[in-house]
Structures are given as C-alpha cells and as structure tokens.
Design a protein around this ligand. Structure first.
Ligand SMILES: Cc1cc2nc3c(=O)[nH]c(=O)nc-3n(C[C@H](O)[C@H](O)[C@H](O)COP(=O)(O)OP(=O)(O)OC[C@H]3O[C@@H](n4cnc5c(N)ncnc54)[C@H](O)[C@@H]3O)c2cc1C
Length: 248
C-alpha cells in the first residue's frame, strides 16, 4: 500500500442530499480515465481509506462523485468536507477499468448505477470514448430523477455529437421522472426498452459494454447478456463486457 499525501477540497457540489462531487487538489501520478485513487481521513485516531473513481479528465482538478453510505465508515465524514478541508490522497492511480483494456467495437455501452457513472464522465471528458467508437450509449440507473447527476453534461455531448452519443436515464422509484425509462436497467434490457431508447441493438458483433457500480446490477446483466452471446472480456479470452464492482 503506498503512502498517502495531503490533498485539499477545492469545491463541493451537492446534487441531492448525500450525493456529491468533490473537487480535490493533490499531487498525484498521471492516470487513465476509469482508474481510481484511494482517499482517506483520520477518524477517531485511525486512517480510514476507500477507493474512488476519478470523474475528471487528466490534467484537470481531481473530481470524485461520491454517495453517502448510511452507517459507512468513511462517506458520512467525506461528504461533509467543505472547501479548504484536508484529506489524504494516495498519489498512485490504480485499476484496469479503462479503455486501454477494451477491444475494438462499433458501439460502446457505458452502463452505470449511482456513482458508478464517475469513470465514464472521465472517459467522456477526455474525448477518448468518442475517438474510438462510432457511438457511445450512456445508461445511468438511479432511484430518483434528482440523482441523475451530470445529466446536462451528457445531454450537451449528445447535442454536440448528433447520432453518436445517446443518453438513457433509468429511474426505479420515481414514476414522475421526466424523459427517463422507469424501472431497473436489467428490466429495461429484458423488455427491449433500453435498446429502443438508445436507438441501437446490443450484439456480439458490434458492442462492448462497460458495467460499473452495484454488483447486483452487474451480475444480473452478465446473466442476461450471456443468454444473448455476450461474455466477460478477459486478456486470454476476448469478450464483450468489462466490469467494475464498487462493493461485494
Ligand atoms: C474500484 C472502486 C471504485 C469506487 N469508486 C467509487 C466512487 O467513485 N464513488 C463512490 O461513491 N463509491 C465508490 N466506491 C465505493 C467506495 O470505495 C466505498 O466502498 C463506499 O464509499 C463506502 O465507504 P464507507 O466507508 O462509507 O462504507 P463502509 O463502511 O466501507 O461500507 C458499508 C457497506 O456499504 C456497502 N457499500 C459500499 N458502497 C456502497 C454504495 N454506493 N451503495 C450501497 N452500499 C454500498 C459496502 O459493501 C459495505 O457493506 C468504489 C469502490 C471500488 C472498489
């Protein structure tokens, strides 16, 4: 485990109670969009550290999209940090959930629940996803419409790149959510609504899917996609799906 260095919160955006983007200033090694850093705080005399994906593009202030886990060890303190507050940052980015490990495909599906959107924001901001794929579909699943963070930024990209970026919000507990599919991402895939809204079908010949966030969503999607001939991508056995689980 590498040594943590001191960083500082420079901005904090609250999307919804308990849901934040923290901008942090710290000296870290160069990272690739999709990687994560460990952030830490001294709490009751103990260092508590957890992994957080970078949502910023390389070269910008570090940005982390964080949700408060009720009763969690770190997040209740982390999301209350105000600009100017100190926190510990592991300067060494880690992880393989990056486009470097994604094989060539026509369409890239970025499928996130909650704060699992963070690494995709970094990839979109860096421009890398649009350089490599003809079309990028951004699927964001949340409980409520108010939790659809970064929606305007993704919608603006869709306007900027007509026919090349599709945004598909999926909201499970908010029947009034405007312009979103209702239910869970897995249901929307099973019913065909997801692909209909994206305007493109998922196929083993054309698609690669990156799944990030809730492990239950990931496992259910892996099973649904396996039935359609799409499997995990591994270095020794190329496939169509790359995953990042935020917890077990
Ligand atoms: C590679 C990686 C990248 C990650 N990136 C992010 C990120 O960008 N943003 C982010 O908010 N989190 C991210 N996480 C999760 C993060 O590392 C912590 O697990 C989370 O913030 C909870 O920390 P805690 O100390 O408050 O809770 P803990 O005391 O560690 O955990 C409490 C319980 O909540 C579960 N849990 C963890 N996260 C969630 C969640 N989001 N919703 C519901 N239950 C959860 C844990 O499994 C545990 O059982 C990432 C995890 C990994 C492995």
């Amino acid at each position: 485990m590498s040594t943590l260095s001191q960083g500082r919160v420079v901005a904090r955006r609250e999307w919804n109670p308990g849901l934040f983007t923290l901008s942090v200033e710290a000296e870290v090694a160069p990272f690739v969009p999709g990687q994560f850093l460990n952030l830490g705080l001294m709490l009751d005399g103990q260092m508590v550290r957890r992994a957080y994906s970078l949502a910023s593009a390389p070269g910008a202030h570090l940005e982390f999209y964080v949700t408060e886990v009720s009763g969690g060890a770190l997040t209740p303190a982390l999301v209350r940090l105000e600009p100017g507050a100190a926190l510990w940052v592991d300067p060494k980015p880690q992880g393989f959930f990056t486009l470097d490990w994604v094989p060539p495909a026509e369409e890239l599906w970025m499928v996130a629940t909650g704060t699992g959107l963070g690494p995709f924001i970094s990839m979109l901001r860096a421009g890398e996803a649009l350089r490599r794929f003809q079309r990028v579909v951004v699927v964001h699943g949340t409980r409520h419409a108010a939790e659809l963070a970064y929606a305007e930024e993704i919608a603006a990209l869709a306007v900027q790149h007509p026919g090349r970026v599709a945004r598909v919000p999926v909201v499970s507990r908010d029947p009034q959510a405007p312009d979103a599919l209702h239910g869970r991402i897995t249901q929307a895939l099973a019913t065909g609504e997801l692909e209909e809204r994206a305007g493109v079908a998922i196929s083993p010949e054309r698609s690669h899917l990156m799944l990030c966030g809730n492990p239950a969503m990931i496992d259910e999607l892996l099973a649904l996609l396996a039935a359609r001939g799409l499997n995990r991508h591994r270095t020794r056995k190329p496939g169509h799906i790359t995953v990042e689980r935020y917890w077990d």
